[in-house]
Ligand binder design. Structure first.
Ligand code: ADP
Length: 253
């Protein structure tokens, strides 16, 4: 079976200070359909806890502890909605909260891998997020793109799919340059691209394109491809994943 990790960003899951339930629903549809194909095992890495918490309580988000508090409120809200929608497909989902040092020794990695294999072999969809409620800065990946890359590598995935608020990787920032062109296939990432400043598009996004490039770079060095496309309109993701048809979106390999 092909093992796929799908990572979805905050911008996709929240809108106007609400959870974007329709998009969440569409995402669950995609994952469930892929799963029912029988040839895929799916792992979801979901952002959005802080954004979800913010729909219930407004705190000053420049304070790290406030963001952690919001994550504590938002994480179960997010899970409640995933749970409800996966239930429509008769699929059980599970929550796995990880921090960077869960992968920093062979023993700890093995532990996590054991749990993962039990979940997947029992047809459960693991939903992973960074455990930012308890961890301090040093223990965190800081963004789910790199967490997702580690998840893909350590849990032996064949592919990482990043669903973002942008439909691929462009030769320059498409929100600044109208003539920016999408790169359909990327086989090499320059050191200078990895040093670019962070450019998250939304208030809660922590990544921007650079963290996606770092994730891609990490995986390319380990021979695992990464596909990036829109989380707003899943057409390209369906084509690529279900129909083996790469019409648009960026493939890093
Ligand atoms: P997510 O919440 O999905 O992780 P981010 O907002 O963190 O998304 O990152 C995606 C954003 O990166 C895009 O919406 C865009 O504003 C910005 N960006 C900057 N440079 C590029 C580029 N060369 N190609 C694509 N997106 C870019």
């Amino acid at each position: 079976k092909k093992r796929i990790v799908i990572k979805v960003g905050t911008a996709v899951l929240t809108q106007n200070n609400e959870l974007a339930l329709e998009r969440l629903s569409n995402l669950v549809d995609l994952i469930s359909k892929l799963k029912n194909e029988k040839k895929y095992e799916l792992i979801l890495v979901s952002s959005g806890a802080v954004g979800a918490g913010n729909t219930k309580l407004q705190l000053d988000k420049t304070q790290i502890a406030n963001r952690q508090a919001l994550a504590a409120i938002g994480q179960p809200l997010l899970m409640k909605n995933y749970k409800k929608r996966f239930r429509d497909y008769g699929i059980i989902c599970a929550q796995m909260l990880l921090i960077e040092n869960d992968f920093d020794s062979r023993k700890r990695t093995k532990n996590a891998q054991k749990v993962m294999e039990i979940l997947l072999s029992n047809n459960v969809i693991p939903i992973i997020n960074e455990n930012d409620v308890i961890a301090n800065d040093e223990l965190l990946f800081g963004d789910n793109d790199q967490l997702a890359a580690h998840v893909a590598y350590y849990f032996n995935a064949d592919l990482l799919v990043i669903l973002s608020d942008i439909d691929g990787y462009y030769d320059k920032n498409p929100r600044e340059y109208e003539d920016a062109k999408m790169q359909k296939v990327v086989t090499n990432i320059e050191e200078s691209e990895l040093q670019m400043v962070h450019t998250p598009n939304s208030e809660f996004a922590t990544g921007g394109i650079v963290t996606k490039l770092k994730a891609a770079n990490f995986l390319m060095n380990r021979n695992i491809p990464m596909y990036m496309s829109s989380g707003f309109d899943l057409t390209n993701a369906y084509d690529f994943l279900l129909n083996d048809n790469h019409i648009s979106g960026t493939l890093f390999k």
